[in-house]
Each structure stands twice: as C-alpha cells, then as structure tokens.
Design a protein around this ligand. Structure first.
Ligand SMILES: [Zn+2]
Length: 294
C-alpha cells in the first residue's frame, strides 16, 4: 500500500470506511471552501458532476477522481473543483474545495481509495479502506529533488604557454622585480585569453630558477575581468617558494578556477624585495586545462 497524504489540512472524521453501513470512504468534515489536496501524484481521470459518472452517481455531487500508480483516489461533495480529466497533479496540489453537493448532510469531503481495476458498480467491495494506506498529514511529505543523471567530467588542454625568454638564456630578476610570462616580448602584459572559453579550469604553472639559498620567489596567477563595469575586477592566486641549499627552485603550482565571460589570466613571476641576489629564471610555463562535462 502507498504512503499518501490526507486530502485536507484540518478536519474531523465523521464517518469511517465501512462503519456498519457499507460506507465506501472516510468523511472528513471541514467548513465549506476548505482546500482539498491531491493525496498523491497522479493524473485526473474524471471530474465534474457525479450524475455523469458511474463512480458514485449523483450522490457524489461535484467530484474529482485521480489515477495514481497504486490505484484511484476519489473526492466527493465538493463546492468546486479546479482540475480536469487528463491533467497531471502533484501530491499536495489543490484540486477543489469542501462543500455539501450531492448526498451530504453537511460540508465534508468524502474521501475514497480504489484499486487500479475497480468495479465502479460494486459498492464497498470495489473500494479499499483508505486506512490500508499509510496516511500522513496533508503537506507533510518531503518530495526528494530529482537528481540528474551523473555526467562524466573530462580534462582537455586549453593552452600551453612558455616564456621564451626564460628558455633562451634565462631572465634575470632583481630583488623586488617581477615579469609576466610572455611568449614574444619581455616584461609586457600577456593577455592570455583562455582558449576554451567559459568553464571550470585548472591552471598549472611550472618554474625552474636559480638564486641565493634562502631567497624567496613567488608565482602569481592574476585573473582580470575585462567586461566588469565600471572598474575591471582582479583576483590573485599566489604561491611562494624558497630557493634551496643548492641554489635551485623548482615549483609546480596548481589552482582551480571558474572562468567567466571576459576573464583573462596572466602568470607573474616575482622576486621578493628582501632577496639578497638576483634570481635567474630558466623556465616558466603555464598549462590550462578545461573541465568539460560530457
Ligand atoms: Zn462519505
């Protein structure tokens, strides 16, 4: 049996299923105009005036019948209904209002559950006691969000950039000086438009340099957005390294970052102002990987 919701928020029960006189549902008394809500997800199989449907006949007054995965639910004596045959309804969706149409001595919702293949003319034997289902308060069911199917993430190289001046003989960087990775002209900005466009990136910078043991160098990724108004925004990602006892420094610096429209990425090498000697950079390059969901 299904876990379903009572169709009303507040009510009192005036008649149970069976109850010695073949009552085919449960009567939920509430003031005229009280909202009636779908007990579960389903599709409206019929709504209207009961005299046009064999379910309860004219006794039903205004009614709604909903087909669910587990069977039907029926709601009778409505003051008004707001859903129509063929309409998909969600659990807890408003379907009508309490009234006393048809055969009713006062305002109430006659609530029934039926199996998927009911015999409409079969009276109580065609129905199921709603209490054979697990009934929970109206509006109390938390419907879990639909999780989209798991997608696969792949890493594709967007660019590889090498500082050709470092490679061709090395760059000498005085204490407190810096340069930007560049492939053509030294010491000028290199606007590295991210090749793969907007997306999630992983940047890896590789450095090889020589200098005075104990001196400090930094690799800085600078991300600027050229489309931000009025001023362009700029963020930095920095990692420091200490030159080892052999006078060498090798660094692989990696960081991840989402690239938005207008973002440009620069790689800057810095020699600390407190350094005791110039640093010679013999290799500096940067890779960008784009994570694509496929
Ligand atoms: Zn009833």
């Amino acid at each position: 049996m299904a876990k379903i919701e009572w169709p009303l928020k507040n009510f009192f029960i005036t008649d149970e299923f069976g109850a010695g006189r073949s009552h085919t549902g449960i009567d939920l008394a509430a003031p005229t105009g009280t909202g009636i809500y779908a007990t579960d997800d389903g599709v409206v199989s019929a709504s209207g005036n009961g005299r046009n449907n064999s379910w309860m006949g004219p006794m039903a007054g205004l009614y709604v019948l909903i087909r669910h995965a587990w069977g039907y639910s029926g709601y009778a004596h409505m003051n008004a209904f707001v859903v129509y045959a063929g309409q998909t309804v969600k659990r807890g969706q408003l379907i009508g209002y309490v009234g006393s149409t048809g055969l009713a001595s006062g305002p109430h919702c006659h609530f029934e559950t039926l199996p998927l293949s009911p015999n409409w003319a079969n009276g109580i034997s065609g129905r199921v006691d709603p209490r054979t289902h697990t009934l929970v308060p109206q509006g109390s069911t938390v419907i879990p969000p639909v999780t989209p199917p798991k997608k696969k993430e792949i890493k594709v190289i967007a660019y590889h950039r090498e500082d050709k001046y470092a490679r061709n003989g090395g760059r000498t960087v005085a204490p407190g000086a810096h340069f930007y990775l560049h492939t053509t002209t030294p010491n000028t900005w290199n606007a590295e438009n991210v090749a793969g466009g907007v997306g999630a990136y992983s940047f890896t910078g590789h450095l090889y340099a020589q200098g005075q043991p104990g001196d400090v160098v930094r690799i800085v990724y600078v991300i600027q957005n050229q489309k931000t108004t009025p001023a362009r925004s700029s963020t930095h990602y920095t990692e420091s390294r200490v030159i080892d006892k052999n006078g060498l420094v090798r660094a692989n610096v990696e960081f991840k970052r989402g690239i938005a429209d207008g973002d440009q990425v620069f790689l800057r090498f810095e020699a600390d102002t407190a350094n005791t000697a110039p640093v010679k950079v013999t290799a500096l390059d940067s890779d960008a990987y784009l994570f694509k969901v496929v």
